[in-house]
Design a protein around this ligand. Structure first.
Ligand code: HEM
Ligand code: HEM
Length: 196
């Protein structure tokens, strides 16, 4: 009997369809921005002085505003010509449906989350810095509104984290265990030829 190991499928199958470069760049940029904005909140909760806490909130808000812009750009590009490779035919229908439903829920949360953060900030009734600009106070402080939006912002951030966790685990499972090429669709091709 031949005990020689069958070679493992490569992570990025040569010539397999992938997302286009812009879609990939915006996908990984979103991950980077989320790390920054969750990191800023984490550090803010532990900051000992007020100035540092304020600076961290500004970083959080600005990274969140960029997530919003990047998400709108991603959706516009997806509709206007970005490439979306199909999942492999070996993927069960239910899983395919779950993956796409999760991804659309992620898009929705990425578009709505910054808005609830923005409204929460505006309802505090004070000007605040955002992306190097100053957002003026456009209303008097409304404690109830700001508390309501804080609660929504916090709850939807938790849902976002759970969905990102499921999504990333599923993608890594495809890439490292099933090795069916799904992870490779979101990774740069390197020197390998790219087929549409
Ligand atoms: C994808 C984008 C965003 C995510 C995932 C996110 C997530 C979070 C999280 C997890 C918290 C902590 C909630 C808590 O436990 O109190 C938070 C707080 C907050 N966020 Fe965001 N956020 C985003 C965008 C924004 C934006 C764009 C703004 C404003 C322009 C904003 C303003 C705030 C404010 C004011 C707080 C309360 C911070 C405090 O008072 O300590 N967020 N956000
Ligand atoms: C370690 C982290 C991550 C990994 C390994 C990963 C991997 C992948 C892979 C392989 C795909 C293509 C799969 C498919 O066609 O269904 C994909 C698509 C996608 N990912 Fe991620 N991802 C990660 C983080 C994130 C984060 C943080 C977000 C946003 C919150 C995100 C949102 C999306 C969306 C919306 C799509 C669908 C793209 C489209 O078809 O329009 N991913 N991801």
């Amino acid at each position: 009997m031949d005990h020689a190991e069958t070679p493992r499928a490569p992570l990025v199958a040569s010539g397999a369809p992938r997302y286009d470069g812009l879609s990939m760049a915006l996908h990984w940029l979103t991950l980077g921005l989320l790390i920054v904005l969750f990191g800023a909140i984490w550090a803010r909760e532990r900051a000992s002085d007020g100035d540092a806490a304020l600076a961290l909130l500004t970083i959080h808000r600005s990274a969140g505003a960029l997530v919003w812009a990047v998400t709108l750009a991603r959706l516009a590009w997806k509709v206007r010509g970005g490439r979306t490779p199909a999942l492999p035919s070996s993927t069960p229908r239910m899983q395919r449906w779950a993956a796409r439903a999760n991804e659309y829920a992620l898009y929705l949360l990425l578009a709505v989350q910054p808005v609830t953060g923005f409204v929460q900030s505006v309802a505090r009734g004070k000007p605040f810095p955002l992306l190097g600009l100053s957002v003026p106070a456009v209303m008097a402080r409304d404690k109830d509104l700001s508390h309501l939006f804080h609660a929504v912002h916090e709850a939807s951030a938790t849902v976002l984290l759970i969905l990102v966790g499921l999504h990333a685990c599923a993608a890594l499972f495809h890439g490292l265990v099933l090795r069916d090429g799904v992870l490779g669709t979101m990774l740069p091709a390197g020197r390998r030829p790219l087929r549409k």
